[in-house]
Design a protein around this ligand. Structure first.
Ligand SMILES: NC(=O)C1=CN([C@@H]2O[C@H](COP(=O)(O)OP(=O)(O)OC[C@H]3O[C@@H](n4cnc5c(N)ncnc54)[C@H](OP(=O)(O)O)[C@@H]3O)[C@@H](O)[C@H]2O)C=CC1
Ligand SMILES: CC(=O)[C@@H](O)[C@H](O)COP(=O)(O)O
Ligand SMILES: [Mn+2]
Length: 394
């Protein structure tokens, strides 16, 4: 029987690669729903090819530009796409925070989740994991490191035998850039990721290592691990995606060529393994695999994320929302690269989490507050002159 898919974020990097996997195995999948943001031209091409029953776009006014059976918009459209009765599995590959409610709705409707969007689980991991447990729904990670951990953890073991997990980080384009030059690096330089071709926001996050910080929080929720058991190692080759250490000292690692079609495919066909489009790994041809601990002076965002994750409640939302605003300002040339982490730190320091159990309303409120605070901080910096002039980090 074919797996019937909803792809949220179908026009993005992960969404397009998901459809490449569908193209490679047309007998395995039916595309029932597609949701995109603003790229209507590509979305229409996808509609013409896959003939989904439901389509959703970000803005109501764009609905008229799309020719399909049912065209919806906004969060309601994402929810309808993710919960349609014909859907078995939802690929969550939108950017940012739009997919929180749609993911929760999909879980409540019993859909299997293939999760690429890390911001969703960073902000609402507590709610999402609890709902998935309650409904007996599987969340299959697409993020390459989490797919690696998931695969390593599939060996039989008892919970207390697991000592730690390690996420690898490429180190991004500025891994070896002199610290004194980091203030002047441009958006074009930050977008030139040494290994992966991804959307612009995650690419800048890779350069600051905020991406790895978000992934630490993601691993905390997906694998129910305390932060002290989640490590990060710089590994420039991005061939080892994750390591799992057991208490006897044995370390399992997941290795593969850096190609997202592999973890996407695994999440779609699990527990099957099918030939993948990417080159088979030839370790004989790889001259070396290097590993080093991350330099927290170079990458302060990693520590900020760890602290926000440990603080819990709405702190991870504030981290993620302030980062999104700061990254967008950096990409527009309004903020220096090194000020991204300073803005996030400043906003985090001003935040006061609400009391009581975390709710969707708390998350939405913290999100709005953090975005406004971050914009205010960036604006203040611009008054001082030039791009940004925030005080140096203590
Ligand atoms: N790219 C990668 O290799 C990896 C990505 N991830 C994560 O996956 C997620 C997606 O990343 P990536 O594919 O790179 O991002 P992209 O920016 O390439 O794509 C984002 C997708 O989300 C859509 N979108 C944006 N806003 C809305 C909205 N309001 N409503 C509906 N759809 C919307 C975009 O539509 P449109 O383009 O039409 O505006 C696009 O389809 C991120 O959370 C990222 O961290 C995780 C691991 C690896
Ligand atoms: C492909 C993927 O999973 C990305 O999240 C990747 O990890 C980004 O590269 P960095 O290791 O540079 O963050
Ligand atoms: Mn990743």
């Amino acid at each position: 029987m074919k797996t019937r898919l909803a792809v949220l974020g179908s026009t993005g990097s992960i969404g397009r690669q998901t459809l490449e996997v569908v193209d490679a195995y047309p007998d395995h999948f039916d595309v029932v729903a597609l949701a995109a943001g603003h790229n209507i031209v590509l979305l229409q091409q996808q509609i013409d090819r896959y003939r989904p029953q439901i389509v959703s776009v970000a803005r109501d006014e764009d609905r008229a530009l799309v020719q399909a059976r049912t065209v919806l918009a906004g969060e309601d459209g994402l929810i309808a796409a993710a919960t349609a009765p014909e859907v078995d599995l939802v690929v969550v590959a939108t950017s940012g925070h739009q997919a929180i409610r749609p993911t929760l709705a999909a879980i409540a409707a019993g859909k299997t989740i293939a999760l690429a969007n890390k911001e969703t689980v960073v902000c609402a991991g507590e709610l999402i994991v609890a709902e998935a447990r309650r409904r007996g729904v599987q969340i299959r990670p697409i993020d390459s490191e989490h797919s690696g951990i998931w695969q390593c953890l599939s060996v039989p073991h008892r919970r207390e035998e697991l000592a730690r997990v390690t996420l690898t980080a490429s180190g991004g384009p500025f891994r070896d850039t002199p610290l004194s030059r980091l203030e002047q690096v441009t958006a074009a330089e930050a977008l030139a990721h040494p290994v992966w071709k991804m959307g612009s926001k995650i690419t800048v996050d890779s350069a600051t290592l905020m991406n790895k910080g978000l992934e630490v929080i993601e691993a905390h929720w997906l694998f129910d691990l305390p932060f002290e058991q989640i490590d990060v190692l710089i590994h420039p080759q991005s061939i080892v995606h994750a390591l799992v250490t057991f208490r006897d000292g044995s370390v399992l690692a997941q290795l593969a060529c850096p190609d997202m079609r592999l973890p996407i495919q695994y999440a779609l066909v699990y527990p099957e393994r099918l030939p993948a489009a990417c080159q088979p790994l030839d370790l004989g041809a790889v001259s070396r695999l290097e590993f080093a601990p991350p330099d927290l002076e170079r990458f302060p965002a990693l520590q900020l994320a760890r602290e926000a994750g440990q603080a819990g409640s709405t702190y991870p939302t504030v981290l993620s929302s302030a980062d999104e605003v700061a990254v967008a300002a950096f990409l527009r040339g309004e903020l220096r690269f090194t000020d991204i982490a300073r803005v996030v730190r400043d906003v985090l320091e001003r935040h006061q989490a609400p009391g009581g159990p975390l709710t969707l309303e708390h998350i939405a409120e913290a999100d709005g507050w953090a975005r406004a605070e971050a914009r205010r901080r960036i604006q203040q910096a611009r008054f001082v002159g030039g791009a940004s002039r925030l005080p140096r980090q203590r």
